[in-house]
Design a protein around this ligand. Structure first.
Ligand code: TMP
Length: 212
């Protein structure tokens, strides 16, 4: 059985990731079906029963409940459950996995944004994710003011992370861009400005060029 491929979508708020995950699924599913493979859509935090319980604790809660280190531990607890119960079984069955956010969100939000030491995050990553790193990561990039305006416009500002200040979001963007530069084999920066069709074409070009 050929192992499936693992694709992650990353980026700041309001970049349109979730819409584009849906569009990629619609294009990928028939191509993979022709090869006898499936594709599942999942997300973080969440994506398995236990991880969704942790998501409800973290995403919907008050911004001041936990320190960035504690948030990191909660994110990796959720990731561990998600890998065990959703991601690894799918990849082992030969299916592809498309995940809306993964470990780079911890590096960017808790690390670059929250000031958690990179060594701490990488140590946890080795223990929890290990060799199951994404095959391809699409990093959606937008100027901070554009992203926040889009997120506000969608009425999505109820969550703790979206309500942090503009400086936090600037550190976040820089963090994601640094990850891209540091891992060119795995990461592709996607310019998230433009129409849905334009962004969809950029995503498809990256997936087709790297994995198909
Ligand atoms: P979303 O589902 O709207 O993307 O919301 C999830 C929020 O959780 C988002 O603001 C980013 C944040 N997050 C982290 O801070 N660290 C992580 O590791 C992950 C996966 C998400």
């Amino acid at each position: 059985m050929t192992r499936g491929r693992f694709i992650t979508f990353e980026g700041g708020e309001g970049a349109g990731k979730s819409t584009q995950v849906g569009r990629l699924m619609a294009r990928l599913a028939p191509v993979l079906a022709g090869r006898g493979q499936g594709v599942i859509r999942t997300r973080e935090p969440g994506g398995s029963r236990g991880a969704e319980i942790i998501r409800n604790l973290v995403v919907a809660s008050d911004a001041e409940n936990w320190s960035p280190v504690t948030e990191t531990l909660l994110m990796y607890a959720s990731r561990s459950d998600h890998l065990e119960n959703t991601i690894r079984p799918a990849l082992a069955a030969g299916d592809w996995v498309v995940c809306d956010r993964f470990a780079d969100s911890s590096r960017a939000y808790q690390g670059a944004g929250g000031g958690v030491a990179p060594d701490f995050i990488e140590q946890m990553d080795r223990g929890v994710v290990g060799d199951d790193q994404p095959d391809l990561t699409l990093v959606f990039d937008l100027p901070v003011d554009v992203g926040l305006e889009r997120a506000f416009g969608r009425g999505l500002f109820e969550t703790r992370f979206e309500s942090k200040g503009v400086e936090f979001h600037q550190r976040l963007r820089e963090g994601f861009l640094r990850i891209c530069e540091a891992h060119p084999q795995r990461c592709v920066r996607i310019d998230a400005a433009g129409t849905l069709e334009e962004v969809e074409a950029r995503v498809w070009a990256a997936v087709e060029g790297r994995l198909l």
